[in-house]
Design a protein around this ligand. Structure first.
Ligand code: FES
Length: 109
């Protein structure tokens, strides 16, 4: 894979400090993101609902979906797809990598 032009993986949390079903809101390079731990895997989305900018990180985690606290849209944490109205567009999904105890995120363009 050619990584040219893409951002670096940035360590954001540790596996040992991040229990299952937990969420973590972060700001990286002026971008608000939310990291979640679901079924033993970590996923990262923009902390922004595509309906009207709601803070997804403040919403509930339902299985593999984050529910927007404002009007209830649901986003699949594995790919950012909007799976329930009123949102229809995906929110950005960021690549997550685990190295040892470190959780690293690469912010999408
Ligand atoms: S802002 Fe998220 S559903 Fe409206």
């Amino acid at each position: 894979m050619n990584d040219a032009g893409m951002g670096e993986f940035i360590p954001v949390a540790t596996v040992s400090g991040f229990p299952e079903s937990r969420k973590l809101c972060l700001e990286i390079d002026d971008r608000f993101i939310v990291l979640v731990h679901v079924d033993g895997k970590f996923y990262c989305l923009d902390d922004v609902c595509t309906h009207d900018g709601g803070p997804l990180g403040e919403g509930e985690l339902e299985g593999k979906c984050l529910v927007c606290p404002r009007h209830g849209a649901k986003f699949d944490v594995t790919n950012g797809e909007a799976v329930l109205m009123p949102a229809t567009e995906a929110t950005a999904s960021h690549e997550v990598r685990v190295v040892g105890d470190s959780i690293l995120v690469r912010i999408a363009e």
